[in-house]
Design a protein around this ligand. Structure first.
Ligand code: SAH
Ligand code: SF4
Length: 345
């Protein structure tokens, strides 16, 4: 069976032509898929019954399943989504106080090759890239399940989006034109793949680039992020400066707060110095403990002190609210648990 989800309007129009139907039918089906997010062709009630039967001979709406769904007490929803080949990724829906903002956190790869020591995804290595269709299916799955329309997207699930850039860019285009989610409502998060940051700059996208920095210097960063040995912090900084110069866009610097490792006042001062001439906001992320690592989350007090020192240097600093902590919403955790329990069965 062929799958309707992921098809662009032009592709649907071509199919309608093959079926001897009008272009208008393509628009209707497109609307059922991306705006109303139905699960079956039978739900496309403004198509005639005979035409729906005809469609059903060749198509299904989706081939992607929800394997696990968890609901957090703060309203965060976490899904483990399964593709036809049996591979799974995580997708999270966060509702912020402002109800009009529904942010989907999507995965770009199954597993990840970057292998940061604090990350559950990295622990299992790299399995494969996701296609653009598989990326957007995550958002459609959320929309189908909740009946809500996602308004913002962050590439902060599993995988390194800049190591799957071609498919990620194609997904961005579908989010823009088919979902009507503007580029400014989409954030790409990267561990710092320097040549890809330069490539991205040349496209002059309006999306936000978030950099997982997590340390103020080479030595500390190399301890937790092996990518630092390939693309050291000085080169990364140069790439970021030229990204800002080319695109005019402000970068988001992500910084995980790990107790007694990178959360000292000295680290805050060193970070402030490093970022002094970079147009950026800073997002402090309380470390979400992953069972088998030696790290602990910073205390609230240390986080506030750190924030104060950075603000003092003139930066805008936010502390990321912990979302879905009771449902293991941190990167890679749910897939890890399901795999572990499958292994022990
Ligand atoms: N690979 C990309 C995007 C996915 S990870 C990247 O690394 O930027 C999304 C974010 O979650 C990154 O900032 C990552 O550092 C962070 N993250 C990973 N493990 C975490 C943990 N245990 N606690 C808090 N944040 C974590
Ligand atoms: Fe990969 Fe990002 Fe996890 Fe690092 S933090 S292992 S880059 S998913």
């Amino acid at each position: 069976m062929e799958v309707l989800a992921g098809l662009r309007l032009e592709e649907l129009e071509k199919i309608m032509e093959e079926l001897g139907a009008t272009k208008f039918r393509a628009k209707q089906i497109h609307n059922w898929i991306y705006a109303k997010s139905v699960s079956s062709i039978d739900d496309m009630t403004n198509l005639g019954k005979d035409f729906r039967e005809e469609l059903k001979k060749r198509f299904v709406v989706t081939d992607t399943k929800i394997k696990v769904k968890q609901v957090s007490s703060d309203g965060t929803l976490k899904y483990l989504i399964e593709y036809p080949d049996g591979e799974c990724v995580e997708t999270v829906l966060m509702r912020f106080d402002n109800r009009a903002n529904l942010t989907a956190c999507v995965s770009s790869q199954v597993g990840c090759a970057v292998n940061c020591s604090f990350c559950a995804t990295g622990k299992r290595g790299f399995i494969r890239n996701l296609s653009a269709k598989e990326i957007i299916e995550q958002v459609l799955t959320i929309q189908r399940d909740t009946g809500l329309k996602v308004t913002n997207i962050v590439f902060m699930g599993q995988g390194e989006p800049l190591l799957n850039l071609k498919n990620v860019l194609e997904a961005l285009e579908i989010f823009n034109s088919d979902f009507q989610i503007g580029s400014r409502r989409i954030t790409l998060s990267t561990s710092g793949i320097v040549p890809k940051i330069s490539e991205l700059a040349s496209y002059e996208l309006q999306s936000t680039l978030a950099i997982s920095l997590h340390a103020p210097n080479h030595k500390l960063r190399a301890e937790i992020m092996p990518i630092e040995n390939k693309y050291p912090i000085d080169e990364l900084k140069k790439a970021l400066l030229s990204y800002v110069e080319k695109t005019g866009r402000r970068i988001t610097v992500e910084y995980i707060m790990i107790h007694n490792f990178n959360d000292t006042p000295e680290c805050a001062k060193e970070l402030a110095h490093l970022l002094k001439d970079l147009k950026c906001n800073i997002n402090l992320i309380p470390y979400n403990s992953v069972n088998d690592t030696k790290y602990k989350k910073s205390s609230n007090n240390d986080i506030m002190k750190f924030k104060y020192l950075l603000e003092h240097s003139g930066k805008k600093v936010t502390v990321r609210l912990e979302r879905g902590a009771d449902i293991d919403a941190a990167c890679g955790q749910l897939r890890g648990e399901v795999l572990n329990s499958a292994k022990s069965n």
